[in-house]
Design a protein. Structure first.
Ligand code: TYM
Length: 332
């Protein structure tokens, strides 16, 4: 059975992009795979986090993942900082990855912006830790949204260089699982920008715990153009906001873009937005309710994470012990 690994940062309740681009696939892949899912708090502190908020958001995110359908009995759910294998392997990878490789990472450039001299060094080596997350389990399939593609290519470069430098076939090749019409969900305010938890505008995203009124209002105010919906997919070219809303609808309804246009082509955005809001509410309301149920019992969430950490460590520690032996560390 193939082993899956993926992670998500505890920087607030997941938004619709996280859900459609990644979490929904996490849930689906539980059938037929051994899955290890991680709340990546070590990655979160590459940018400043208030300590009390970080702890609260880690628990809240775990609750949200359970509510989405992660089955922590059959699979593994834990917080990254509680399994030390991640940082041990990340250090080795800091010494394998090349400056030039990391300099090419577009997400670093986006996040650092013009403030390059002032961002943490952790933000620069962030992709090395991500490679360590996956390879500490020798996981071979990684479900993510499209924005993580470059990081996974780098992880494969690191694995290959490690194998080459130490003359071994130790780390496997990783296969990104980037699926569906919603691998890149865009902002509701700007169809050329990714939907993101860190966007200052609440109106730009749907959060998985938004109530029905909030969802309807955000969709009603979502940016569109004055034309009706086209009846063919090519008619979405050059219309990023229209394409995004149709893509979201398609992902939620289990259709492709053309399928949505067969139903809604020719309609104005008023009617389409109403249908989209209703679909979102129908899909997200049960997740919001289930998240609240988990959060009412924080001890239960912590128990899941504690048990998950023990099971994750049991897999990762021997693999990282072996990597350290290959590097030449004395294990007296
Ligand atoms: P993060 O926390 O930014 O996002 C979690 C997942 O959600 C996907 N995603 C999106 N998909 C489609 N449209 C969007 N607008 C959108 N926004 C986010 C992301 O692609 C991701 O799959 N570095 C990772 C976390 C990580 C990780 C790992 C992932 C750490 N270690 C190891 C895989 C394997 C991140 O910051 O994701």
């Amino acid at each position: 059975m193939q082993r899956i690994f993926s992670g998500i940062q505890p920087s607030g309740i997941p938004q619709l992009g996280n859900y459609l681009g990644a979490l929904r696939n996490w849930v689906a892949l539980q059938e037929g795979h051994e899955c290890i899912y991680c709340v990546v708090d070590l990655h979160a502190i590459t940018q400043w986090q208030d300590p009390r908020e970080l702890a609260r958001q880690t628990r809240e995110l775990a609750a949200s993942l359970l509510a989405c359908g992660i089955d922590a009995e059959r699979h593994v759910l834990f917080a990254q900082s509680t399994v030390h294998a991640h940082v041990r392997l990340a250090w080795i990878f800091n010494c394998v990855a090349r400056m030039g490789w990391l300099n090419r990472m577009t997400q670093f450039k986006d996040k650092a912006g013009r403030d390059r001299e002032n961002v943490s060094t952790g933000l620069f080596v962030y992709p090395n830790l991500m490679a360590a997350d996956i390879l500490a389990y020798k996981a071979t399939r990684v479900p993510v949204g499209d924005d993580q593609r470059q990081h996974l290519e780098l992880a494969n470069d690191i694995a290959q260089k490690f194998n080459h430098d130490y003359g071994v076939a130790f780390f496997p090749t990783i296969e990104p699982v980037i699926q569906g019409v919603a691998a890149r969900v865009m902002s509701l305010r700007d169809g050329t920008k990714k939907m993101s938890k860190s966007d200052p505008s609440e109106q730009s995203r749907i959060n998985l715990t938004d109530d029905a009124d909030t969802i309807a209002q955000k969709i009603r105010r979502a940016k569109t153009d004055p034309e009706p919906l086209p009846s063919e997919v090519v008619g979405l070219d050059g219309r990023p906001e229209a394409r995004n809303l149709v893509g979201i609808y398609a992902a939620l309804a289990g259709l492709d873009l053309q399928g949505v246009l067969i139903e809604h082509g020719g309609k104005g955005f008023g009617a389409f937005k109403e249908a989209l809001a209703a679909l979102l509410v129908a899909r997200l309301a049960p997740i919001a309710a289930e998240t609240r149920r988990w959060l009412a019992d924080p001890g239960a969430v912590d128990g899941v994470l504690r048990a998950g950490a023990a099971r994750a460590a049991a897999i990762a520690e021997p693999i990282v012990d072996e990597a350290e032996r290959l590097v030449g560390f004395l294990k007296p």
